[in-house]
Ligand binder design. Structure first.
Ligand SMILES: *Cc1c(COP(=O)(O)O)cnc(C)c1O
Length: 375
């Protein structure tokens, strides 16, 4: 393939920091680089507590445990999302009530949520799709009025804001991903942000197999033992070392990605003006962290043709997320409501290559090929 869909970017210091971590003599979790990463996030974004995890999926599983989700509880989440958003809650026995996406963005349509809330509803899980904020004031207002937790699936949302506030700081809890397809990477990796102080102590325990080992290492207790349920959610310090090398270059990575994103947007605007395709919409309350550049075709056949045409030009574009309410696992558990916008994104959205090493010439070639397809 001439232009791949994604190419992990290395800043150059990854192996040096891994070497340093190994030389420190402690490569298990919570070593020197883990604490450097925690400090970075807490300083740059003002998060009160961050905990690196082995994935965003794990951070979401921790969130579900912290919210004390049990069989019979309900959670509300968009249908157009990755399975991990809801799987974490289903593992605790929750029923997922799927909400539709907005017409203008794949984010969940908040105007449809209130009627889905019942006495069993425990949490709302907004997903900031493509790093574009959901309307969090409206979600928080609903959550406060109905006594619900808000867990942000901020997997794609690093370095993005809602009304000037960093995403990940707005729910009771938030989960980020450093999977190699995200803006900042560590191969596999994630982070739980704990905004609600009353979760802080328990979050550490759940992450350390249900033990109070973190408090023990800080000298707060003189022995550690089994005090709660938990699992092994913390990454090796080798992973944190890799991540830290990425974080040091976050501004450079973000500005290149935003530049590429804007190039696509400007070059494709004439096709959007003619109504041939649709471009992403950024609401005025949201910033764009350039996690993803997508276009929306008019129908499934047109998209299938576009992906095939680009492939013939050796450009790899992809679609994703088959609506979860129609998935083989959930289809017969869903209450039958039609979620038309979710289905439309499932059928019509295409993601174009977007990675640090993509060149201006690559973007021009991809855009030219898209114009040819629509000729
Ligand atoms: C990538 C992603 C996840 C999963 O992240 P992992 O780190 O791979 O577990 C969850 N939710 C969304 C919306 C994602 O994009």
């Amino acid at each position: 393939m001439k232009i791949p869909f994604n190419k992990p970017y290395m800043t150059g210091k990854e192996l040096e920091y891994i070497k340093e971590s190994v030389a420190s003599g402690k490569i298990s979790g919570d070593g020197i680089f883990t604490s450097k990463c925690h400090k970075f996030f807490e300083t740059r974004y003002g998060y009160s507590k961050t905990l690196l995890t082995t994935s965003c999926t794990d951070a979401l599983e921790m969130a579900a445990i912290l919210c004390e989700i049990k069989p019979g509880d309900e959670v509300i989440a968009p249908s157009y999302t990755f399975v991990s958003t809801v799987n974490a809650f289903v593992l605790r026995g929750a029923k997922v009530i799927f909400a539709d996406s907005e017409e203008l963005t794949p984010n969940l349509d908040i105007s449809t949520i209130e009627e889905l809330i019942t006495s069993r509803t425990k949490a709302i899980i907004p997903v900031h799709y493509a790093g574009i904020a959901c309307d969090m004031d409206k979600i928080s207002d609903l959550a406060v009025r109905h006594g619900l937790f808000v867990v942000e699936d901020a997997a794609q949302a690093i370095d993005s804001c809602y009304k000037g506030k960093p995403l990940g700081s707005l729910g009771n809890l938030a989960a980020f991903s450093f999977h190699e397809t995200k803006n900042i990477i560590s191969g596999e990796g994630g982070m739980l942000v704990v905004n609600d102080a009353h979760f802080a102590a328990r979050a550490e325990i759940i992450r350390e197999k249900g033990t109070n080992r973190s408090a023990f290492f800080r000298g707060e207790v003189d022995k550690y033992g089994w005090v709660d349920i938990g699992s092994s959610f913390l990454p090796s310090d080798i992973v944190a070392a890799f991540l830290y090398a990425q974080l040091e270059h976050i501004d450079q990575i973000q500005s290149k990605r935003r530049w590429l994103w804007t190039r696509y947007f400007e070059e494709l605007q004439p096709l959007a003006d003619k109504g041939r395709l649709y471009l992403p919409v950024i609401p005025e309350y949201a910033t764009n962290n350039a996690h993803m550049f997508y276009i929306i075709c008019n129908n499934l056949e047109e998209r299938t043709g576009l992906i095939a045409y680009l492939k013939s030009k050796r450009i790899l574009s992809v679609f994703h997320y088959l609506s979860l309410h129609k998935s083989p696992y959930y289809n017969d558990k869903h209450d039958g409501r039609k979620l038309e916008n979710a289905d439309r994104y499932s059928d019509c959205l295409v993601r174009l290559p977007l990675y640090f090493d993509l060149s201006d010439a690559d973007v021009c070639f991809i855009v030219k090929s898209i114009f040819e397809y629509y000729q």
